[in-house]
Write a protein that binds this ligand. Sequence first.
Ligand code: E4P
Length: 222
Amino acid sequence: MEIFLDTANIDEIKHIVRWGIVDGVTTNQKIFLNEKGINFETRVKTICELVRDKPVSVESNGKTLQEMLDDARKFTKIAKNVVAKVPMTKDGLGLEAVKMLSSEGIKTNVTVMMNFNQLMLATKAGATYVSLFYNRAKDAGENALEIVTEITNWIYENNYKTKLIVGSVRNPDDVAQAAVAGAHVITIPYKIMIAMPFHKKTDETIEEFDKAWQEFLLHQKV
Ligand code: E4P
């Protein structure tokens, strides 16, 4: 299973890359808004350099098919590891865009999906990644955990290479549940990532061992 960072912040990416567990980055318009005042292209280039050859999803803002294609083609020229993020749209234009982009060899991440059918259609259209918005799907009354298992089984049984990304995670437990359910990738915001190494009992145990060590040193034979 891979772990992506759901951020466009340089310090956050640099920090977690040092942990040796980052397999890619995902961004969206709201994530870029958090970085107010930056240049979009320069930032995408920097993120791509920071994660080397690992995938960096950058979302198209287009509303028409042509606009979606233009954005995807433009963004994937910024660096070779950019993946064109295309939203699932109710008119099917997102799917049409993905079909065309995949025939051009452009990697895609179909995003903002809430149920099995959307994920299945995007997989069939040729998406490299399909993104389930885990908690937003739950907010809409979907059984997001069940969808993770169902779609990963379906992808496997039908011999697709598409990877399921679980996004919209809101706490470390979501990460554990999605991982156990079979997610291929989980994209995690920095705030949640830095909370993941923590367990109260781990801290208490380290403290207990530190005290024991101090006591040992007092009685050590020199
Ligand atoms: C995934 O690619 C998205 O960037 C992300 O996880 C969005 O989720 P949220 O807006 O619910 O946080």
